[in-house]
Design a protein around this ligand. Structure first.
Ligand SMILES: Nc1nc2c(ncn2[C@@H]2O[C@H](COP(=O)(O)OP(=O)(O)OP(=O)(O)O)[C@@H](O)[C@H]2O)c(=O)[nH]1
Ligand SMILES: [Mg+2]
Ligand SMILES: [Zn+2]
Length: 223
């Protein structure tokens, strides 16, 4: 028992060192790393695609795609004309900082670049692994139900921004918005940064893009 606890602690500690080196590199090169997390199919790639379309003319953007297998998401993103690199974890259910370090070396993003990292579809362990990111975004879809903040509080707690996607199907699903928001507020209090969107109908995307536009402008324009 004692042995097992020690092993887990070592893994997280080693990951932390690697995340620190990403943070140093990011500071030097003025990168802005966004760790995008959420369940399988929640809309992580849709979110990244939306951000690329909104900001690629204004900012440098690169993407690191994490998946257990396949290059489907990376292929889709590469069509948008930004640098993209696929990490296949071969079964692992989260990304680790070592893989991000390696991916960045291969990707070779220039200075002043926004780097989106699509994490493995999973609401649990990705939140335990620091990737040296500047910000964490969780994509949570209405299709998954209104109880997700209650059942996976750590993911929501560790995220800076919550994007509730698929609001176009909320009614059909019987999604209770009040219950969902109550659950989020219990975790995040006044720090709740929630955007309700549909990547299908584009509802709510103006507010979402506005938020990131201000964030990127202030990050890249001032030191
Ligand atoms: N109706 C509706 N469909 C959506 C919305 N967002 C995404 N989808 C669809 O949901 C499916 C999954 O979306 P993705 O963006 O690929 O989700 P993901 O989180 O990247 O999925 P994985 O990478 O497989 O974990 C796709 O068929 C999308 O077109 C939305 O807001 N409304
Ligand atoms: Mg995806
Ligand atoms: Zn995992």
């Amino acid at each position: 028992m004692e042995m097992k606890i020690k092993v887990i602690k070592d893994i997280l500690q080693k990951n932390e060192f690697s995340a620190d080196s990403i943070r140093e590199l990011a500071k030097e090169n003025r990168w802005f790393l966004i760790n995008v997390m959420g369940s399988p199919g929640a809309g992580k790639t849709s979110f990244i695609r939306t951000m690329i379309n909104a900001f690629k003319d204004k900012f440098n953007i690169a993407v690191i795609e994490g998946d257990v297998a396949s290059t489907i998401d990376a292929e889709e993103i590469s069509k948008l004309g930004v640098k993209v690199l696929q990490i296949n974890t071969g079964g692992a259910c989260h990304l680790v900082a070592d893989s991000i370090n390696e991916a960045i070396l291969n990707l070779n993003p220039g200075k002043n670049t926004i780097i989106f990292i699509e994490n493995i579809g999973n609401l649990i362990c990705p939140s335990s692994f620091d990737l040296g990111e500047n910000m964490r975004v969780v994509i949570s879809s209405a299709a998954e139900g209104d109880d997700k903040p209650y059942k996976y509080p750590i993911m929501f707690e560790s995220s800076d921004v919550v994007v509730l996607s698929k609001i176009d199907v909320a009614e059909v699903i019987g999604f209770d918005m009040e219950r969902y928001i109550k659950g989020l507020k219990a975790i995040k209090g006044d720090n709740l940064n929630l955007f309700k969107v549909s990547f299908k109908t584009s509802e709510g995307l103006n507010e979402l893009e506005d938020y990131f536009s201000k964030l990127f402008s202030s990050y890249f324009n001032h030191k």
